[in-house]
Design a protein around this ligand. Structure first.
Ligand SMILES: [Zn+2]
Ligand SMILES: [Zn+2]
Length: 252
């Protein structure tokens, strides 16, 4: 293991040899500052860590300019989610959407970690309010890892775990089968596609615990709802959800 005192030296040397480049715009970040990761420039940091709009606490959708968090939400009215709340680190728009759409993230887990770390710190108060004991990323089926060598949800979960000081368990929730990509299906079709797609290993760790399910993008909530159903059935006390980016509207 490297001695702690060597880390700043190694970092300074690496910064000199390979000047860090902003993951948002490609500009040199000049080594960053104490409270800003070296891989994100100040402008991109400010573009990402913007104040969140008022969102529905239950589903995370924007609640409209005149709404409060307790207003009736047109997006989830009449839907019975198994999870109790959704915390969005960001909305699927602006720079965050550009980063995801551009496909840059398939090249490097560092980019996901940098952005997730900044946003998890910015939403710390909201995440703390969930009062969770353990954090579980939504897993990928093993065949998907053949095409992408990291699971973005797992990286986001680790960053949230650091901010909250809670353990991240990646082996408890598993993909029982491969589900087709969710693109043009209705809410009902998406829920049917997810049915039976998860199983749980090591149920002792979740008995009576409040869990935070973490995914990279949330559209309808069907994936997290199915994961919550399985975990509650296996003895979890409550499930909350946190996502890196929330799509603000979907087909119904
Ligand atoms: Zn930048
Ligand atoms: Zn809602």
């Amino acid at each position: 293991m490297t001695a702690p005192s060597v880390q700043p030296l190694r970092r300074a040397l690496l910064d000199r040899l390979l000047p860090p480049v902003c993951v948002g715009c490609g500009a040199s970040t000049c080594g960053g500052t104490a409270d800003l990761p070296a891989a994100l420039c100040a402008d991109c940091h400010d573009s990402l860590a913007v104040p969140m709009p008022v969102v529905c606490r239950r589903c995370g959708a924007p609640a409209g300019p005149h709404a409060t968090e307790n207003s009736r939400c047109p997006h989830c009215r009449g839907r019975a989610f198994r999870f109790q709340s959704v915390t969005c680190l960001g909305m699927y728009e602006g720079l965050l959407r550009e980063l995801i759409v551009s496909g840059k993230w398939s090249l490097s887990a560092v980019k996901v970690r940098t952005v997730a770390g900044v946003l998890a710190a910015a939403r710390r108060g909201r995440l703390m309010a969930c009062g969770v004991d353990r954090i579980l990323p939504i897993p990928q089926h093993w065949t998907r890892r053949l095409f992408r060598n990291f699971n973005a949800a797992q990286i986001v979960a680790r960053e949230i775990g650091q901010v909250l000081g809670r353990p991240v368990d990646s082996g408890i929730l598993r993909r029982a089968r491969l589900t087709p990509p969710q693109k043009r299906q209705t809410l009902r079709e998406r829920a049917a596609l997810q049915k039976g797609s998860f199983d749980v290993a090591g149920t002792g760790c979740i008995q009576g615990k409040s869990l935070l399910l973490v995914d990279d993008i949330l559209t309808t909530g069907a994936t997290c709802d199915e994961a919550a159903r399985v975990l509650l059935k296996q003895g979890a006390r409550a499930c909350h959800v946190a996502v890196l980016a929330r799509v603000s509207a979907w087909a119904s």
